[in-house]
Design a protein around this ligand. Structure first.
Ligand SMILES: Cc1cc2nc3c(=O)[nH]c(=O)nc-3n(C[C@H](O)[C@H](O)[C@H](O)COP(=O)(O)OP(=O)(O)OC[C@H]3O[C@@H](n4cnc5c(N)ncnc54)[C@H](O)[C@@H]3O)c2cc1C
Length: 277
């Protein structure tokens, strides 16, 4: 839609060109959300496109994804054969309620900064233990664990003008075994629950990431594969009955049910030698 409050579009070639931040400014990534509804509080868009950050950079340490990398670019990226968890990229992208336009225009950073419970790029990067790099205005860059970035439905830790620059997925996480479960009330609809489990190859650890069912990602880390009872208890301790996210994509009770059901399926799938009975 046309945004008739916009008076200026700035296209910087470096983020440093935007020194002074003021009310009315907004970073523009793919624009799929920004242009989907009126933005009464915004009069200036600052387009990230000209920053020309390399979309994907692989190294022995892992994969760096620029915030401006598009969903379609990440989807097509195969990654190293040593990184079986790269398969999660396609599963998470496919969990997106995405038209052709969103698929090709929307960015990974834009999806994370929207901070919706059903943000599949949040699910992906948190499950793969990402560290996010943030560029505050007029202060040195800072790094945060991906799991700590989203604080609630459509809210996160970004300060005014702070830019999400990139997400680093460590090779250790990319080389893990994984299991993925996702449900939506409608075909290609927004997620009601999206859970991912990972486990070190030949290890007995277990990391469970719960998204979409809760307002923000919840992560449960176990040194040893838990029993079904231990897992249920850990979820109950971490997420109270009123801690599930109710919206048109599913009631809180339904999402709670899916969470327990998928968590146990994932646990069973990844359980192996060394797991408790
Ligand atoms: C029909 C439809 C369906 C949708 N379905 C979903 C869905 O299933 N799940 C979901 O999560 N979202 C959904 N969305 C919302 C949105 O389109 C997506 O979240 C999309 O990924 C946003 O990415 P973008 O690059 O287009 O962001 P933009 O629209 O450009 O920006 C989104 C917000 O993030 C800020 N921003 C963007 N990049 C940065 C950055 N690097 N640093 C700091 N701030 C930044 C912008 O200022 C803006 O506030 C949907 C939208 C529509 C219209």
């Amino acid at each position: 839609m046309n945004l008739n409050t916009i008076k200026e579009i700035i296209r910087p070639s470096s983020a440093d060109e935007i020194g002074q931040w003021r009310d009315g400014y907004a970073w523009l990534a793919g624009g799929t959300w920004l242009f989907s509804e009126p933005q009464f509080a915004t009069d200036t868009l600052i387009d990230l496109d000209q920053l020309n950050w390399p979309a994907l950079e692989a190294s022995p340490a892992g994969l760096d994804i620029a915030a401006t990398c598009r969903i379609a670019e990440l989807y097509q990226y195969a990654g190293s054969a040593d990184w079986p968890a790269m398969a999660l990229v396609r599963e998470c992208c496919d969990a997106f309620l995405a038209s052709f336009k969103i698929w090709n225009a929307s960015t990974i950073g834009g999806n994370i900064c929207m901070s919706l419970p059903a943000g599949p790029m949040i699910s992906l990067t948190v499950a793969l233990e990402a560290t996010y790099t943030l560029w505050p205005r007029n202060a040195p860059p800072r790094q945060v664990a991906g799991v700590d970035f989203v604080t609630g439905n459509h809210s996160n830790i970004l300060q005014p003008g702070e830019l999400l620059r990139s997400m680093h997925l460590p090779a250790a996480a990319l080389s893990k075994r994984h299991a993925f479960r996702h449900a939506s009330l409608t075909h290609l609809g927004r997620s009601a629950a999206l859970l991912i489990g990972t486990r070190t190859a030949n290890g007995d650890d277990f990391l469970l990431t719960i998204t979409a069912a809760t307002p923000r990602p919840i992560q449960l880390r176990f040194e040893h594969m838990p029993s079904a009872v231990e897992l249920r208890r850990a979820i109950a301790e971490r997420i109270p009955a009123d801690g599930y996210f109710h919206d048109v994509h599913g009631s809180a009770a339904y999402k709670q049910h899916l969470t327990y059901h998928f968590a146990e399926e994932i646990r069973s799938e990844l359980a192996g030698p060394g797991a408790h009975a």
